[in-house]
Design a protein around this ligand. Structure first.
Ligand code: PLP
Ligand code: ZN
Length: 401
């Protein structure tokens, strides 16, 4: 193990990594694992990594498990990088990374695979989570594999498919009359009676490590020569925080030279991080009112570790941008017309690119990676098709309408 400890991202206090960790007991800040990176760099080389099987578990020296035998896996492949040609775009270097290929169809599998593995190692057998849907599905899946009891609390209007998948995988599902922040209150309120571990976004340091490995995976796939910009759909922010942490590790390891500009996209129906960014604030101070968007994974009215997301943007000279649901749906259709199977959250990245190109915020010779966080499968109910567009045939039909 190369872990030094878990450091509070607010007050700097360091805690032993093999305790069961949630947030900083002193100040409530999010904890982040720290590794002895100079020792890692001595022990492993880029070439060693390239010779290992292509799954994020190959970065085992940079993951918090004390032994690979505790890995709980549903088969996590390297997800493909695809070149993408936009019709109207000047930019020629647009790439997609499609995490819709992961177990349960979203990138949430990365965080949950690592978290469930580590919690199994720590003998935790009961976990709970407030979720906008996809995190719950990923926890239900890995929890099922690990034999854990899983309790999930979701807003009552999450996509029906999310509810069905969680129930089918054996999770105990509760629907909450409210948003994800209200669901989080329920997890807190009943936690005393049930004794579960709360694996909420950024209220534990484990899931972030799974997202961190995205940076390593991308670096290897781009031959350690990173793209200029990454556009990432952001709700709670654990994904982008992990990515940023991973890129910083790569610099310290001496394996890459630059950190891509981190650009987050939210839906204008719930964009607390974009608002804070536009106002030059260091954190989200109030809950976004009447949060509403079809991109369910982005509907987080008050992200717990907003200060870290904003820090990631500032330090990488990034941007925060909002796009509306109409633009998101138009981009989802553009993707589908090219065979790209992206969910609304993921499609927001293309809408953001269009907006930033129009504004001149991204130069046409810069490379851009659009991070596709999930696949379209769970969201086809949102796509409206007129009955008249799809003729029904019978035996008497003699010519196609
Ligand atoms: C959860 C989710 C996001 C947002 O991820 P955060 O880590 O909460 O910022 C984006 N896309 C999809 C499909 C999601 O499920
Ligand atoms: Zn602290």
């Amino acid at each position: 193990m190369f872990i030094l400890g878990a450091e509070c991202s607010r007050c700097g206090e360091v805690f032993p990594s093999d305790n069961i960790l949630t947030v900083c007991p002193k100040c409530g800040g999010a904890l982040l694992f720290q590794y002895d990176l100079s020792r890692v760099a001595e022990k492993v080389s880029k070439r060693d990594l390239e010779s290992r099987a292509d799954t994020f578990w190959k970065f085992k020296e940079l993951l918090p498990l004390s032994s690979p035998k505790h890995i709980v896996s549903l088969g996590e492949p390297y997800t493909p990088i695809l070149q993408f040609r936009k019709d109207n775009s000047a930019a020629s270097n647009v790439f997609l990374k499609d995490d819709g290929r992961l177990p349960t169809g979203t990138f949430k599998a990365r965080g949950m695979a690592v978290a469930v593995s580590k919690l199994k190692e720590l003998n935790i057998n009961r976990v709970a989570l407030p979720s906008a849907g996809n995190a719950a599905a990923a926890l239900a899946a890995y929890g099922a594999k690990a034999g854990m009891e899983v309790y999930v609390f979701m807003p009552k209007d999450v996509p029906k498919s999310n509810i069905k998948e969680c129930v089918s995988m054996g999770a105990k599902v509760y629907l909450v009359d409210g948003l994800i922040n209200d669901a989080a209150e329920m997890v807190k309120k009943f936690g005393k009676d049930y004794g579960w571990l709360d694996v909420s976004t950024n209220k534990q340091p484990y899931r972030c490590e799974g997202y961190k490995a995205i940076a390593f995976e991308i670096a290897e796939q781009f031959n350690w020569n990173l793209p200029d910009n990454i556009i990432f759909p952001t709700g709670g922010g654990e994904g982008i925080i992990g990515l940023w942490k991973g890129f910083k590790d790569l610099i310290e390891l001496g394996w890459t030279e630059k950190i891509p500009r981190l650009i987050i996209v939210q839906s204008s129906g719930c964009a607390p991080l974009v608002k804070a960014y536009n106002n030059g604030e260091v954190e989200v101070k109030e809950t976004w009112e009447n949060a509403e968007t079809i991109a369910a994974g982005l509907r987080v009215p008050r992200p717990y570790a907003s200060y870290l997301v904003l820090r990631a943007i500032m330090e990488t000279k990034g941007i925060a941008v909002a796009v509306d649901d109409k633009e998101i749906m138009a981009s989802m259709k553009t993707f589908l017309k090219k065979g790209v199977y992206a969910c609304p959250e993921a499609s927001a990245t293309l809408a953001a690119l269009n907006k930033l190109e129009t504004k001149g915020s991204i130069d046409k010779d810069e490379s851009v990676l659009l991070y596709l966080t999930g696949n379209a499968m769970k969201y086809f109910d949102f796509i409206k098709i007129k009955k008249s567009e799809i003729p029904v045939l019978n035996k008497e039909t003699n010519s196609l309408p």
